[in-house]
Design a binder for this molecule. Structure first.
Ligand SMILES: Cc1cc2nc3c(=O)[nH]c(=O)nc-3n(C[C@H](O)[C@H](O)[C@H](O)COP(=O)(O)OP(=O)(O)OC[C@H]3O[C@@H](n4cnc5c(N)ncnc54)[C@H](O)[C@@H]3O)c2cc1C
Length: 309
């Protein structure tokens, strides 16, 4: 069987980079494919306070450390956005958007999730012109400006707190009248003098001026009353959807599109594994993503040993 790699790891977030460490240390010929900067969601996170061993660490710093480690034992790193994974006997073919095709005995899908959009008019056009899904990347553009964060989970509240460094005022909009975030993050938000919380409201429209966001219209979910609030930026943190399009035809996803894996990180298709946020699971965090990556790589080591016998 002529293949280029033992394992191709699709996505270089914490799950993929950990799989790279374990696969290459196990002596597998491994390659990571990533269309963005390595690090996945880490590079979009200001500060991480639940990575054991480090009380706090900047997301970009942890991303760089993991990346250096991931290529230390010989795992290749290449640019590539994977569009499709094909199964041909014992060969797994990985097809990228630039036309490159790679082959391996096994693949690990570690593509994470993509932020959900609000679904309002002009959203695509205004992305980068006031709409941002990354406070860490874009927060500094809004010095002394009013900004609006949509969502009440951990990510929304953490990013709202981050934005207070730059913005004059940070408005958080939530659909219910309670947050979903952990209590200690809620406390920080509730005590912060720059943060205003608007409850029981959902975004209805963006207000645009000279091609940029100048406001947001909110609908009160009880009264249905609409009100316009001035804002220079909107940061939606309303959840995410799994990046599983490349394997959608293999029937390995649940109704929400998450990859179904067993405790060995195997899908029902031999040689197709998953790791990290892309999988159907209960806790999507860095520690669980790296655990998945380690298990997937180790199980592939055994899978390939069996193939060779
Ligand atoms: C704002 C924010 C703050 C967070 N804060 C914390 C925190 O404090 N602590 C914590 O534990 N967790 C936190 N998380 C969650 C944590 O970041 C994720 O659980 C973790 O990054 C998941 O790792 P992953 O490798 O599965 O996916 P990701 O980090 O999403 O990485 C997936 C990678 O796959 C790549 N990819 C996607 N599609 C393709 C494709 N078709 N082809 C090739 N590559 C592809 C992406 O570009 C990306 O680099 C936070 C998340 C966000 C959004």
């Amino acid at each position: 069987m002529d293949v280029q790699y033992d394992v191709i790891i699709i996505g270089a977030g914490p799950a993929g980079m950990t799989a790279a460490v374990y696969a290459s240390r196990a002596g597998l010929k491994a390659m990571m494919l990533e269309p963005e900067a390595p690090g996945g969601k880490l590079v979009k996170t200001f500060e991480i306070s639940n990575w054991p061993g480090m009380k706090t660490v900047a997301g970009v710093d942890l991303a760089m450390q993991m990346f250096e480690h991931s290529t230390e034992y010989g795992c290749e790193y290449n640019y590539g956005r994977v569009m499709r994974v094909e199964v041909d006997g014992n060969i797994r073919k990985v097809i990228c958007d630039d036309g490159n095709v790679y082959t391996a005995h096994a693949i690990i899908l570690a593509t994470g999730t993509v932020e959900k959009k609000l679904g309002l008019e002009n959203e695509e056009r205004l992305t980068g012109r006031g709409i941002s899904y990354c406070a860490v990347c874009d927060g500094a553009f809004y010095k002394e400006k009013v900004v609006t964060v949509i969502g009440g989970g951990n990510s929304a509240l953490e990013e709202a707190l981050y934005l207070t460094q730059f913005a004059s005022h940070v408005r958080i909009v939530i659909r219910r009248d309670v947050f979903r975030a952990e209590p200690h993050i809620q406390d920080l938000v509730n005590k912060h003098p720059k943060i205003e919380v608007i409850t029981k409201s959902i975004p209805a429209a963006y207000v645009e001026e000279n091609g940029k966001i100048s406001g947001i219209v909110l609908t009160n979910v009880d009264t249905k009353e609409k009100k316009t609030y001035p804002t220079s930026a909107v940061f939606p943190y309303i959840g995410s959807t799994p990046a599983t399009q490349a394997v959608a035809h293999l029937n390995v996803t649940d109704p929400e599109g998450y990859l179904i894996v067993n405790e060995k990180m195997e899908t029902t298709v031999p040689g197709v594994y998953g790791a990290g946020d892309v999988c159907s699971k209960n806790l999507r965090q860095i520690v669980t993503a790296v655990g998945d990556g380690a298990v997937a790589a180790q199980m592939i080591f055994h899978y390939i040993q069996e193939l060779n016998h």
